[in-house]
Design a protein around this ligand. Sequence first.
Ligand code: SF4
Length: 66
Amino acid sequence: MQIQADASKCQGYGNCVDLDPDHFDLDDDGLVVVLKSAVAPSEQETAGAAVRSCPVAAVWLVDHEA
Ligand code: SF4
C-alpha cells in the first residue's frame, strides 16, 4: 500500500500525525507532509487508522501500482 495526500484539503487537525508519526508530519504552514509513502504490511493497521482519522479525507491509501 501507499499513502497519498492532498495538502490543499488538509486543515491541519494533526490526527494523522498523532496516530502515525512514522508516515505523517505537518509542515511549517501546518499542512500534512507524507514522510514515507510506502506502507509495509506490518504498518497497514496504523496507517489505515491515521487515514480514517482525517476529517476531511486529505490522506488515503492506494494499492501499489504494478
Ligand atoms: S488528519 Fe487530515 S486534516 Fe488533519 S493533518 Fe492529517 S491530513 Fe491534515
